[in-house]
Design a protein around this ligand. Structure first.
Ligand code: FEO
Length: 391
């Protein structure tokens, strides 16, 4: 790794984690990730913006040394999650005169998560400015992207927004700046789906609030730096907007083939009606891909087998995940098969209270689907296609 120049006096000093494959012991990272940390050297003071995951603290130390940093006055902490804050105690040891600059909520969370004494903090409030001499930092408190204490920093003279997790992506690349927008779009959409989507309303408000700033560059805390940030800001406006696409997301699990036959038939009927459909065979599915598909689909249909007289745990997990991610889905339904006495529909639909979606009559077969079940699947596809047209 190496320290890299972004603009005069502004450097990237974070770590690229090419090998990491799982975040929060939950989220797959097919492209690795990075923990971005930035040095801002003013004429009088030097600030370090966020740190790195503790596993990569030696990389941060080497990068600071390579840049010849002898003194850090301020450690700006945007967010208490440890992939950015976890090395703050180390930086305080390396640079004993430095102070942690953050908001009151973040300070309290840092003191819960890391052992940092009170006197090491400078607490700032929303829109407060801090001068480094010839560079002015403005702190913008932006809760719920994606924790309650999150904030951004805007560097006035350079028109740079340091946006923390917001607008970022889990990508490990040796390229500092975005080159391939299509590639970054997919990674950023996956990232948005996994951690930002539940806070869609807050994000909409933050996007509106940021319109008052002239943003020439965005430096997020994961992924590459945006030299032309319009595309990612527009993408966020699209994802958080109310419009949904003519798409059905179809996560399913099939133990002995009955649900699979129903999914295959139902998928074909949706295709005939011009509805895009994304089936996900849950035991073989990357949950990040499933989450990404939920960002703008109009409908979710969950396909479930019954096991031990209950809905299959894989289908329960898909419903739980969809409920937690709170997509803007307008319609939900279910298809499934059972051998005896299972409460498939009650279990699955009961797991979706957060979705403000209309429930469309499910299709549940007893055992192998029969002609009557296929007819109901055809009707379900037709109802969905009609509702998508009317929505
Ligand atoms: Fe990248 Fe929410 O920490």
């Amino acid at each position: 790794m190496a320290a890299r120049k972004i603009k005069e006096g502004i450097y990237s000093v974070g770590a690229i984690d090419f090998d990491r494959r799982l975040f929060d012991e939950l989220i797959p990272l097919p492209d690795g990730t990075s923990y971005n940390s930035y040095i801002i050297k003013g004429a009088e003071k030097t600030a370090l913006v966020d740190t790195v995951d503790p596993a990569k603290k030696e990389t941060l130390k080497r990068n600071l040394s390579e840049l010849g940093i002898k003194k850090i006055d301020y450690i700006i902490c945007h967010h208490a999650e440890q992939d950015h804050s976890g090395s703050i105690p180390d930086v305080l040891d390396w640079f004993p005169g430095s102070k942690v600059v953050t908001n009151a909520k973040c300070k309290s969370m840092l003191q819960d998560l890391l052992i940092i004494p009170d006197e090491k903090f400078i607490v700032i409030s929303d829109k407060e400015k801090l001068s480094l001499g010839d560079k002015t930092l403005e702190f913008i408190i932006a809760p719920w992207v994606h924790w309650p204490e999150t904030m951004f920093t805007y560097v006035h003279e350079d028109k740079i927004l340091l946006s923390c997790d917001f607008l970022g992506s889990h990508t490990a690349s040796s390229e500092l700046f975005v080159k391939n927008e299509a590639e970054v779009y997919r990674a950023a959409k996956r990232y948005y789906a996994e951690i930002m989507m539940p806070f869609r309303t807050s994000i909409k408000n933050h996007l509106k609030m940021l319109e008052q700033y002239d943003i020439g560059m965005v430096c997020p805390s994961h992924g590459q730096v945006y030299q032309s940030p319009k595309f990612i800001i527009d993408a966020y406006k699209d994802w958080t907007g109310d419009a949904t696409k003519n798409e059905v997301v179809l996560p399913y699990v099939s133990m002995h083939g009955s649900v699979e036959r129903m999914v295959e038939y139902f998928t074909g009927e949706l295709i005939k009606l011009g509805v895009e459909v994304k089936p996900f065979n849950l035991p073989k599915t990357d949950v990040g891909e499933l989450a990404m598909s939920l960002v703008d689909a109009s409908t979710i249909v969950i396909g479930a087998s019954a096991v031990l007289a209950q809905a299959h745990p894989q289908a329960v997990y898909a419903a739980y995940l969809a409920n937690a991610l709170r997509p803007k889905t307008k319609f939900v339904s279910m298809i499934g098969s059972f051998g005896w006495g299972a409460k498939l529909v009650e279990t699955i639909t009961g797991l979706l209270p957060n979705l403000k979606a209309e429930v469309i009559e499910p299709v549940i077969a007893k055992g192998h689907p029969k002609d009557g079940d296929f007819a109901k699947l055809k009707d379900l596809a037709a109802v969905i296609a009609q509702k998508h047209k009317a929505a």
